[in-house]
Design a protein around this ligand. Structure first.
Ligand SMILES: Cc1cc2nc3c(=O)[nH]c(=O)nc-3n(C[C@H](O)[C@H](O)[C@H](O)COP(=O)(O)OP(=O)(O)OC[C@H]3O[C@@H](n4cnc5c(N)ncnc54)[C@H](O)[C@@H]3O)c2cc1C
Length: 533
């Protein structure tokens, strides 16, 4: 049987980082297994996210189970399936979260995860040329930039926000998150900065790092309470590989709990019912699922020429393509929501609890993914940042190719429901502020006929989608439902860690790529520190 020191399962936001850092020492033999292909042409062009969101080659294309909060709709759950994982198909917004998010993790018993503890990893991972150097990194692999050029459409929205008391913040990843800001982006020179581009491409010549794509890990191998390797398949060929030191699962919030359950690690009754031998009872596997349930308010704009509905279709699109080809600028180089605001639902809160994000166009479903609508308008999504509603993800079969069942239980917490309504009311107040009066806007959704809380929530159930931030299904903690300990070791099993978004005990205040990369950095440092002892 082939043997490596470390086996990393999944080359996504976290896994690519772990593989990079572990293989930096030439004495470590590292195997990185990725189920998807090496790349996809749409992945390097930022606007390609609109194509990749429905692309079966680069995306697992999961769908959630119908539930009351979605009016029985099956919400799409896209997940990257290629080197770079979801960082290679995502909306490119770069948001760390708040200091309080990580301090909360530490207060839950996760020693070593306070903001002070994780800040060095956030700095280590990035190169961001602006902001306060006490908070921002200058020499990391991941290039982060501000969108350029700053469009007048956003200047008007920033002014409108100021009119309702929301100030401009030049760096929400710095000392304070509060306020409205242009989105920082994992884009440089008009190209997507995935972890494949930033953490794997530069080290392809390392002889001690072996990357296998198209390799579906089907189970981790256990010898009693020790993980000894993995079984994976490439097409019909199945093989087992031995891990001398550790296996690190970085398969993401959907696939990491799936892999544990397939390996006999999980809630015993559930596994037995599927004919799986229970190797290690761990009831928290697949529980604690959280995501951002985000209604997109929609606005028609009477004034012509300011949104991409006017400037990005027909001849406008040809112009945008030329602009991108020549200067790597314009709509094709755009982050998914170029403007965002971190706001408080009420006065007196220590930190913002709501997120608003603006997309300078209306879209509609098309045969190859969302497309730019004919009607000119603006989309503004609005949602609570730290939802309390929790769902779960569990396998329904012992077949590793069968998708697990995803149940979000959105809005099951009344707090989430009332914060969602409040977020929509704040979006309305900005969109109707005097600075935007000459846009001559009409509210399309929720629409002027939905003013009461129950009417707004009824529309949310009909229309909301996630912002694709599932986390928490292999929760880090010290309680009975924790799957990994604060060192990210699977509780009760030696030689096995989980390092990806699934370990987050709670959702961070914003998007989840940056914290997932930070988790990869911190996991690698912990693995190396343990090996050095
Ligand atoms: C459409 C979309 C838009 C998003 N927009 C943003 C955004 O704008 N900003 C932001 O910060 N976040 C965004 N996110 C979320 C963010 O990208 C993710 O939270 C983050 O990438 C998760 O990282 P991860 O390492 O946990 O998992 P992933 O990056 O998903 O990596 C998991 C990897 O494991 C592989 N894998 C899974 N199972 C197996 C297996 N059995 N064997 C081998 N390999 C396996 C997968 O193919 C994948 O490559 C978005 C996500 C999506 C899908």
């Amino acid at each position: 049987m082939q043997s490596y020191d470390y086996i990393v399962v999944g080359a996504g936001s976290a896994g690519a980082v772990v593989a990079n850092r572990l293989s930096a020492d030439p004495r470590n033999q590292v195997l990185l297994l990725e189920a998807g292909p090496a790349s996809h042409p749409w992945s390097r062009i930022p606007i390609g996210f609109a194509r990749l969101i429905t692309n079966p080659t680069a995306n697992w294309l999961y769908a959630a189970e119908p539930e009351p909060s979605t009016n029985g709709r099956r919400l799409p759950v896209p997940r990257g399936k290629l080197l770079g994982g979801s960082s290679a198909i995502n909306g490119l917004a770069f948001v760390r979260g708040q200091a309080q998010d990580f301090d909360t993790w530490a207060q839950m018993g996760n020693k070593g995860w306070s903001y002070e503890d994780v800040l060095p990893f956030f700095k280590r991972m990035e190169t961001y040329p602006e902001g306060d150097a006490n908070f921002r990194g200058r020499e990391g692999p991941l290039r982060v930039t501000n969108p350029s050029p700053q469009d007048s459409v956003f200047a008007a929205l920033i002014q409108a926000a100021a009119q309702v008391g929301i100030p401009y913040n030049p760096d929400y990843n710095g000392a304070r998150q509060d306020g409205i800001a242009m989105s920082q982006a994992t884009i440089a020179a008009g190209r997507r900065m995935s972890t494949a581009a930033c953490y794997l491409d530069p080290i392809r010549n390392r002889r001690n790092l072996h990357i296998v794509t198209g390799a579906l890990t089907e189970a981790v191998l256990l010898d009693g309470a020790r993980c000894t390797g993995v079984r994976y398949s490439v097409g019909a060929a199945v093989q087992e590989v031995h891990a001398e030191r550790e296996v690190v699962i970085s398969a993401g919030s959907i696939n990491s709990p799936q892999l544990l359950e397939l390996s006999g690690i999980g809630e015993p009754e559930r596994l037995r019912n599927l004919g799986i031998t229970v190797c290690h009872p761990l009831p928290g596997v697949g529980e604690n699922l959280r995501d951002h349930y985000a209604p997109r308010t929609r606005w028609a704009i009477g004034k012509k020429g300011i949104t991409y509905n006017d400037r990005g279709r027909g001849l406008g699109l040809v112009g945008q393509a030329a602009r991108y080809a020549l200067f790597r600028e314009g709509m094709l180089s755009m982050v998914a929501a170029p403007l965002r605001a971190f706001v408080r639902s009420r006065e007196g809160l220590e930190a913002p609890d709501l997120l608003l994000g603006w997309v300078p166009m209306l879209t509609e479903p098309g045969p190859k993914g969302p497309r730019i609508a004919r009607e000119s308008g603006m989309t503004c999504y609005a949602h609570p940042m730290r939802p309390e509603s929790k769902g779960h993800i569990h396998i329904t079969s012992s077949d590793p190719r069968r998708p697990p069942a995803i149940n979000f239980n959105f809005l099951s917490s009344p707090v989430d429901a009332s914060l969602t309504v409040q977020a929509i009311r704040i979006a309305r107040s900005i969109m109707t502020a005097p600075a935007l009066a000459d846009w001559r806007m009409t509210e399309l959704g929720p629409g002027p006929s939905r003013m009461r809380d129950d009417e707004i929530l009824d529309w949310v159930r009909q229309a909301a989608e996630t912002t694709y931030h599932p986390v928490g299904t292999c929760k880090m903690g010290v309680d009975a439902m924790a799957v990994v300990d604060p060192q990210l070791r699977v509780r009760g099993i030696a030689g096995l860690r989980v390092a990806d978004a699934s370990i987050m005990p709670t959702l961070t205040s914003g998007n989840t790529n940056a914290p997932s990369i930070m988790i990869g950095e911190k996991a690698a440092a912990m693995v190396l520190a343990e090996a050095a002892r």
